[in-house]
Design a protein around this ligand. Structure first.
Ligand SMILES: [Zn+2]
Length: 350
């Protein structure tokens, strides 16, 4: 579509308590909604995105910054936004901590907001559903995302490139439950959900389940992905290892942590052919998986919403995005035929 391309920066400032500086917008668009401040790039002057962010920080919030104070967290492009324009947005985090709340102006009023209170504020829908989850998942890292806006108002998001969030000094990932201090409350996030790759990776988990079946184990398989690649794969090995904790998920989580070199897997997705049990769901929350995708539901023992929901337990400090029922028929069929065979083996021969 032949539309103008508009270029803007968004600026994410934090104070020492790691609260983010937001502007309650007094002007359209987004009047009455809270968002980071920022503004349009001076294209006629050939301004760079960094120079634009430095200028906007000075004009809107009275901050004196240099480009070295900025980290480019993400680039978001939107084609055909509201049928009016294409947008290119540069999201910058200001690395020095800011304590002073800028005075209100014609753009609106400022406030520092803790991350866990963001969900209670009126936010633009795209910010809430897409941009905030992307920002938190890649803070101090990097992402590039593109949104194709359709005329019917729907939109398709894809991540084109990403590097995970890096823990920085005072970043929300540094302190944890064992260290005390600030506890980052994750979610409810809604990362991009891509049906085609979910089915593909569930196929990889099903291959692991087939391996378990061939070894006379309960056929459950699991893979862990990061940035669109499988980094760990495991089959259930309870019988082989004579270990009741050797569920496919537990083995895959340990492998993934070794690959990543960290116990935090907050940019990873876990695919498993059956809804995780309470033990595995507990381990998944401890490892802070961003997303869990499972095949067969388990209404009696499942801990991802079947019998209970540990993956999204309100008082725990991490919650996962859950996608249930991917290739459910194949996953359930594999379990069903295994248990039928087991029962047949136990029947006395006539
Ligand atoms: Zn389990």
């Amino acid at each position: 579509m032949a539309l103008p391309y508009k270029v803007a920066t968004l600026i994410y400032c934090f104070n020492h308590a790691d609260e983010v500086l937001l502007l309650e917008r007094a002007q359209e668009p987004n009047r009455g909604l809270w968002s980071p401040f920022g503004g349009k790039l001076h294209q006629a002057e050939g301004e760079s995105p960094h120079a634009c962010a430095v200028r906007e920080a000075r004009e809107e919030a009275g901050l004196v910054l240099t480009p070295a104070d900025l980290h480019l967290t993400g680039v978001v492009s939107e084609s055909g936004y509201e049928g009016q324009a294409h947008w290119l947005m540069f999201l910058f985090e200001v690395l020095p901590r800011i304590e002073r709340v800028p005075p209100p102006d014609r753009e609106g009023r400022f406030a520092f907001v803790p991350r866990e209170r963001l969900g209670a504020l009126p936010l633009p829908a795209t910010d809430r559903d897409q941009i905030w989850p992307l920002f938190w998942a890649h803070r101090r890292g990097y992402f590039a995302a593109h949104c194709t806006c359709h005329v019917d108002g729907s939109a398709a998001w894809e991540i084109l490139e990403c590097r995970p969030s890096l823990p920085g000094p005072g970043s929300p990932e540094t302190p944890s439950e064992e260290g005390g201090g600030v506890v980052a409350v994750d979610g409810p996030a809604s990362p991009m959900i891509d049906r085609v790759s979910d089915e593909f990776f569930m196929g990889e988990a099903l291959r692991q389940a087939t391996r378990a079946q061939a070894a006379d184990e309960v056929p459950i398989g699991c893979v862990v992905t990061r940035n669109g690649r499988v980094i760990a794969r495991a089959a259930n090995q309870v019988e082989l290892l004579k270990d009741a904790t050797a569920h496919a998920e537990m083995l895959a989580i340990s492998q993934a942590q070794q690959v990543v070199g960290d116990w935090r897997l907050n940019d990873c997705t876990l695919y498993v052919t059956k809804e995780p049990c309470p033990m595995c769901a507990g381990a998944i929350v401890h490892a802070r998986f961003q997303r869990v995708v499972f095949g067969a539901h388990d209404p009696k023992g499942g801990a991802a919403g079947g019998a209970l929901n540990l993956l999204q337990f309100p008082t725990l400090n991490h919650r996962c995005v859950v996608t249930p029922g991917v290739r459910e028929h194949e996953c359930r069929q594999m379990l069903r035929s295994f248990f039928q065979e087991q029962r047949a083996k136990r029947q006395p021969k006539p």
